[in-house]
Design a protein around this ligand. Structure first.
Ligand code: HEM
Length: 224
């Protein structure tokens, strides 16, 4: 696993992403904002002038088994694809009942009962993702989940989110705010559409020939 990456989601008047909607799914929502930036840095920006700022960091996997990690590594793509002009920041807090469980009990709810990874894998590589942990940072949410996808994959993304929200794992979610974002398309956007057909039948990712034109991006999301 690569070294933990510190990130901040800074909402304010400026930022790479336009905020299209902020929805309080469970519990209190977040204040309205116009733009959002994902800042990756060892020293994170101050909240001065921001509408709000949420901090998190990547970490090691807790629940995924080796076979699941290998399958993810095979199909997932990294953030920053030029065609991925839609994004979702879904901030989640889990209940005290969840945190009172033992690790093996949480794993059973997460995968054997809820099929979180199995469902998620069906939507890769169209959706790129990165999980950030925030609970140990004393933040208002336990997790900041970040997803990027092309506009033509937006309906599939909604289906995935709905399926996960119906699962037993979500009984333990006591605050969830769903922030949807979009950005201007790069001139080089290719609009390719690549799905794994099912969690059993995997389409190998097409090697990316996309050139990064903006700030350096993280390598493939290996965590979470
Ligand atoms: C894009 C498809 C998805 C895949 C492949 C995926 C995969 C995973 C994996 C492998 C983990 C476990 C990491 C570990 O072992 O610690 C995880 C955790 C998590 N995912 Fe997803 N996920 C997906 C979509 C989503 C969505 C749409 C949401 C939110 C609506 C979400 C929310 C979370 C949360 C909150 C955790 C942390 C769970 C915990 O540690 O209690 N995931 N995901």
């Amino acid at each position: 696993m690569s070294a933990p990456l510190h990130v901040a989601f800074r909402a304010g008047a400026s930022g790479r992403w336009r905020v299209d909607a902020i929805t309080g799914v469970v519990g209190a929502s977040l204040p309205a904002a116009m733009r959002l930036d994902l800042v990756e840095a060892p020293v994170l920006p101050s909240a001065d002038g921001a509408d709000w700022i949420l901090r998190g960091m990547t970490s090691n996997a807790r629940y995924a088994h080796r076979v699941e990690l290998d399958r993810l590594a095979l199909v997932q793509e990294g953030l920053g694809r030029s065609s991925a002009t839609r994004a979702a920041l879904i901030a989640i807090r889990k209940s005290e009942a969840w945190w009172a469980l033992a690790q093996d009990e949480r794993r059973a709810i997460f995968e054997e009962q809820s099929r979180h990874v199995a469902i998620g894998l069906e939507y890769l590589p169209a959706v790129a993702r990165r999980l950030h942990h925030a609970r140990d940072l004393g933040e208002p949410f336990d997790f900041l989940t970040w997803f990027e996808y092309a506009p033509e994959d937006a309906a599939a993304f909604e289906t995935m989110v709905s399926r996960l929200r119906l699962s037993p794992e979500w009984h333990y979610v006591d605050r969830e705010v769903d922030i949807r974002l979009s950005r201007q398309s790069d001139a080089s956007a290719s609009g390719r559409r690549r799905f794994a057909v099912s969690s059993q039948q995997v389409v190998h990712p097409v090697p990316s020939e996309e050139v990064e034109v903006a700030k350096p991006r993280s390598p493939r999301a290996k965590t979470g």
